[in-house]
Design a protein around this ligand. Structure first.
Ligand SMILES: CC(C)(COP(=O)(O)OP(=O)(O)OC[C@H]1O[C@@H](n2cnc3c(N)ncnc32)[C@H](O)[C@@H]1OP(=O)(O)O)[C@@H](O)C(=O)NCCC(=O)NCCS
Length: 193
């Protein structure tokens, strides 16, 4: 659990020690995210079951002044393939230690932390800096427990959203088509930690 300003952040695993699945589920009912419905649907429909399956773990941020869930992010581990030519020598050196390297395809595939979901509820006061306070601290804990040097995310192809991540040190390394829609593009970004 982390405490910062008027916010508390718990992983779902921690919350399930205190609340039943049903009790926890009711805490997500008021969460709405018009800018990205997937964020709303995930916390309501998948966050608990994915955490129980160890597919990804959601971290829930409560605002103690209004006593409700205002934001969350979900973390997972996933191999991610980079084209070697897109990386600096420094990045390559750090990634090589935790990667499979394919010199025929010229690709490097490290095990990485995936920021699988990240969002706030529509009327919440919290912003990305506060959310990243919790995200960074939890990633450092995981890194201290088992190593790892890189995190990545797949952003909607929206300049403002991309800028939010670039301001926090993320770099674009690829743009891929989403499986769910030919027209939808996801901007893949990484950050060394
Ligand atoms: C990402 C987020 C937590 C940042 O919160 P914040 O620091 O308070 O910043 P804002 O919400 O003001 O967003 C900054 C700008 O990006 C825009 N933006 C954020 N998410 C957007 C999205 N999914 N689609 C389009 N525009 C988006 C905002 O409208 C805002 O634009 P404005 O400056 O013209 O008002 C919040 O915007 C959010 O929850 N977005 C929806 C969920 C989402 O898309 N998550 C990212 C998944 S990759």
């Amino acid at each position: 659990m982390y405490n910062y300003k008027n916010y508390l952040c718990f992983s779902i695993s921690e919350l399930l020690r205190k609340y039943s699945k049903e009790e926890l589920q009711t805490k997500f009912n008021a969460f709405s995210c018009q800018k990205n419905k997937e964020i709303e649907l995930f916390i309501k429909n998948n966050s608990i079951s994915f955490s129980l399956k160890h597919q990804s773990v959601s971290y829930i941020i409560f605002d103690t002044t209004v006593n409700r869930v205002v934001a969350y992010f979900a973390l997972s581990i996933k191999p991610i393939r980079f084209d070697i030519t897109t990386l600096s020598n420094t990045a390559l050196k750090r990634l090589e230690r935790i990667s499979e390297v394919d010199l025929i395809d010229n690709t490097i595939t490290p095990s990485a932390y995936l920021i699988a979901q990240l969002g706030k509820s529509d009327d919440a006061q919290i912003d990305i800096n506060d959310i990243f306070y919790f995200l960074d601290n939890n990633i450092i804990d995981i890194q201290n427990a088992c190593g790892g040097v890189v995190e990545f995310l797949e952003s909607e192809n929206n300049d403002k959203l991309i800028a939010l991540y670039q301001n926090r040190g993320f770099k674009i390394f690829n743009i891929r088509k989403s499986k769910s829609g030919e027209e939808r593009k996801l901007v893949q970004m990484y950050r060394l930690i």
